[in-house]
Design a protein around this ligand. Sequence first.
Ligand code: 5GP
Length: 194
Amino acid sequence: MNKEELLHLSRGKGLTVVAGPTAVGKGTVVRYILENHPEVKLSVSATTRSPRPGEIDGESYFFWSMEQFDANIEAGQMLEYATVHGTNKYGTPKQPVIDAIAAGKLVLLEIDIQGARQVKAAMPEARLIFIAPPSWNELVRRLQTRGTETPEEQERRLASAEVELAAQSEFDHVVINDEVARCASEVIDLMKAN
Ligand code: 5GP
């Protein structure tokens, strides 16, 4: 890799961040992309929240204790991190992202808006994509029918969603998740353009 390529790498070329409100269907869009585009590598985040049924440590997330998480922050190992929905910490371990970009992969981060801002500040060539719902009512419907959160947790997430929707204009692109395959194809086109 020559000097210029290294500079672009350190500035986030090849890196795409998708963010968007709770229950907008980011996870489904991302899974669709991974199944259909082997050149895309999803960064595995770390979190202090407990695994949901079926989630696998090291695949869905790295499930860390608060102590482990704080030690990684201290050691400068996190590309970004944030406290999400007022309770747990979530973040992106830095080294796997750098290794994957250096290996020529298109790297995708599915993180919250605070994290997206940090990535843009650290790596200005990273592409930020906001996944938006077709409407507010549709977002509420998706969250309620998912049924994985308690009513209190749903309230908290909807409060965060309002704040997140207001931050769309900070993103390089807004893509509406009206239909998974269509949304995914728009995202992948934008990733390849970076
Ligand atoms: P969940 O608990 O539903 O898996 O995720 C909750 C929120 O955490 C989502 O909005 C997701 O985007 C965000 N999140 C997941 N991983 C990361 C991460 O590595 N960094 C940041 N900043 N947010 C994350």
